[in-house]
Design a protein around this ligand. Structure first.
Ligand SMILES: [Zn+2]
Length: 158
């Protein structure tokens, strides 16, 4: 039974509202339960489940990557980038927001001297559907609990 401070290995398929598969795990991915390392609704639905259990969860955009934010769309001039910057559609740059958060901005268009950037997560604004299978559950080590994440294979490394 999954409870706080368990290391849970899951396989999942992530689909959009139309049922198109966006992402599918090829091997089990571990997370530390009860430490908000996955979407809160997904985490609470997995609470109490056991090895072999399967669940389906629908997340609104808000419960997943959030709504698209206009303040994350920017227009900059080419001059504001370093000379050696690769300015093509799809290039990504780190940028700081007025709040101090760091976001990854993707170049979504260019027009003359203007570079159009979008710092929204590619899946922001979308409801998502998860089909999840619990493949195994183990107790976390005291070190993993202290760090708030999984160590070892598939986890963080130190
Ligand atoms: Zn650690």
């Amino acid at each position: 039974m999954i409870k706080n401070n368990d290391v849970v290995y899951i396989q999942y398929t992530l689909s959009d509202q139309a049922g198109e598969v966006l992402e599918k795990t090829s091997s089990p991915i571990p997370y530390l339960h009860g430490h908000h390392n996955i979407f809160p609704k997904l985490e609470s639905m997995l609470e109490g489940k056991s090895e072999g259990d399967k669940i389906s969860v629908d997340l609104s955009a808000d419960e997943a990557f959030g709504e698209k934010r206009d303040d994350l769309r920017r227009v900059e001039s080419r001059d504001s980038f370093p000379d050696d910057a690769q300015l093509v559609v799809g290039s990504q740059f780190e940028g700081e927001l007025p709040t101090g958060e760091v976001a990854i901005f993707t170049v979504v268009g260019m027009d003359g001297d203007k570079v159009y950037l979008d710092g929204n997560h590619p899946l922001a604004g979308q409801p998502l559907h998860f089909d999840v299978e619990v493949t195994s559950v183990r107790a976390a080590s005291p070190e993993e609990i202290a760090h708030g994440h999984v160590h070892g294979e598939g986890g963080h490394h130190h």
